[in-house]
Design a protein around this ligand. Structure first.
Ligand code: NAD
Length: 484
């Protein structure tokens, strides 16, 4: 900490330094506990970070594939080794339960490990030419300095599925995390900086700027060579417009209003078990969470009864207590927004069958009862917009055809699912649901780290993240002709 006592929170040009305006984060499970004090970077810090990243990137680009692979391997190991402390930070500032946080950090460690191996697979091909005596090489080069703008709900895994491929393929990084989860971003950056330094690489090729979206986030978008963004549709649209003006590449992962269809042949108990996990774990703050249960008439009542029974048994409370299954929502803004959506649902005629209220617990926190509506129509606001909280609704349908039509009648297209034993309907759903990801007899939320992740319609824009698809965004193709 410098002599003026301002907390050091930004990693710029290879050194830790304080910002200006103070930012105090309180534990959402216990508002009387300060989770951490930080200071926010300004737009001028971004300019310095980008300049440093630009001058460091050629060293990284020139590193061997093995050196890049080893750095990612070191990041992976440090995430595995440090997972308990990292989980505690994520739980204290973001309200994740410890098991949820450990799951996320382990996933981030696997992501770094996956891209450690991908870094070794120098991609490219040599082809013949239509002209005699000529060969054609198709190779991939790093893009340059990538700006990563990320949200608070998965503060380690979402950044890591961008950071790892960005580094693996030779790029420098400016990371602008959500200002709601600064502590965990600092801890992850320490790991990355240490891994770079341990392998003789300039740490200045990775920069962390913690600041408000409209000034620091926008300054990043204005200065880098490409932007990978995860967050809300409104922010994503603004960023895409700016990137188009600058003619730089952009990748957006946005919201969802994910449908889970339950057909009449399903076991209602199994469907409810999947449903509760899908809609309410991590307090529903997952972009892949189920918002709409689209349920065939013949199983409707049994499914709703099984859901209500399970929901009554859910343990909502302080995220750091071992018995807690669902922690608080992240902050007052989110809690108020969730409660407003619940009011809107009631005003539009939905029937509340579980939850719907803020919960009192021994500590002051943003606890919200997992909430289920029935008697809802697909045109209701709660079924059109992304609530992003522990709130879901049931839409009753006559048959499979109506279920599919309702599932697709949305502006979003991130995740989706169907619960059935019918191979015919399962295959038809897989082929015809307009979503980037679809699940059979599984929650809509919960995805693997080694396969593509992304959606359609308003949920995504640009090339897919994760897995072998990630290379599309983080590299530029060069076609080289050679006369022999
Ligand atoms: P948000 O859009 O408010 O913020 C996301 C990030 O953008 C933050 O770092 C914020 O500071 C920054 N930002 C805000 N305004 C900006 C601007 N004008 N220019 C540049 N940056 C700016 O979203 P949030 O509330 O942090 O996250 C929740 C949203 O993220 C939900 O809609 C959720 O569905 C979505 N999400 C999507 C995925 C996915 O992969 N599809 C994953 C997780 C979360």
């Amino acid at each position: 900490m410098p002599s003026d006592n301002r907390p050091i929170t930004n990693f710029i040009a290879g050194s830790w330094r304080p910002g200006r305006d103070r930012l105090d984060i309180f534990n959402p499970s216990d508002l009387d506990e300060l989770a951490g004090s930080y200071t926010l970077a300004g737009a001028d810090d971004v300019a310095e970070a980008v300049a440093a990243a630009r001058s460091a990137q050629p060293h990284w680009r020139a590193a061997t594939v093995e050196q890049r692979s080893l750095v990612l391997d070191a990041i992976s190991r440090a995430l595995f080794d440090g997972k308990d402390e990292l989980a505690r930070i994520a739980a204290a500032e973001g309200g994740k339960t410890i098991p949820d946080a450990l799951g996320e950090i382990t996933r981030a460690a696997h992501l770094a490990r996956f891209f450690s191996a991908e870094a070794l697979r120098a991609p490219g091909e040599t082809l013949g030419s239509v002209r005699p005596g000529v060969e054609v090489d198709v190779t991939r080069e790093p893009v340059g300095v990538i700006g990563l703008v990320t949200p608070w709900n998965f503060p380690v895994a979402t950044p890591m599925w961008k950071i790892a491929p960005a580094l693996a393929f030779g790029n420098a990084v400016i990371w602008k995390p959500s200002e709601k989860t600064p502590g965990i971003s600092i801890a992850v950056t320490r790991i990355i900086a240490a891994a770079l330094e341990a392998h003789g690489m300039p740490a200045s090729l990775f920069n962390l700027v913690i600041g408000a979206g409209p000034n620091v986030g926008a300054a990043v978008v204005d200065a880098v060579d490409a932007v990978s963004f995860t967050g809300s549709v409104n922010t994503g649209r603004r960023i895409a417009v700016r990137c188009a003006e600058r003619m730089i590449r952009v990748q957006l992962e946005l919201g969802g209003q994910n449908p889970l269809v339950v057909l009449g042949d399903a076991d209602p108990e199994r469907a409810a078990e999947i449903g509760v996990n899908s809609a309410y774990f991590h307090a529903g703050q997952r972009c892949t969470a189920t918002g709409r249960f689209i349920v065939e008439d013949s199983i409707h009542d049994a499914f709703v009864a099984a859901m209500v029974e399970r929901m009554a048994a859910l343990r909502v409370g302080h995220a750091l207590l071992p018995e807690t299954q669902i922690g608080p929502v992240i902050d007052e803004f989110q809690l108020t927004k969730n409660l407003q959506y619940i009011d809107t649902g009631l005003n539009e005629g939905a029937r509340l069958v579980s939850g719907g209220t803020r919960l009192e617990r021994p500590t002051r926190g943003y606890f919200l009862a997992p909430t289920l509506f029935t008697d809802t129509g697909n045109a209701m606001t709660i079924n059109r917009e992304e609530v992003f909280g522990p709130v879901a609704s049931v839409i009753r349908v006559r048959d499979y055809d109506e279920a599919l039509a309702v599932a697709n009648d949305t502006d979003y297209g991130l995740s989706s699912g169907i619960i059935t034993n019918s191979m015919k309907h399962a295959r038809h759903f897989q082929a015809n649901i307009q979503a980037g990801m679809t699940m059979l007899n599984l929650p809509t939320a919960g995805v693997d780290y080694h396969v593509p992740f992304g959606g359609r319609k308003m949920s995504s824009y640009g090339p897919r993240e994760q897995g072998r698809s990630a290379i599309e965004f983080y590299t530029i193709i060069k076609t080289a002709y050679r006369a022999l």
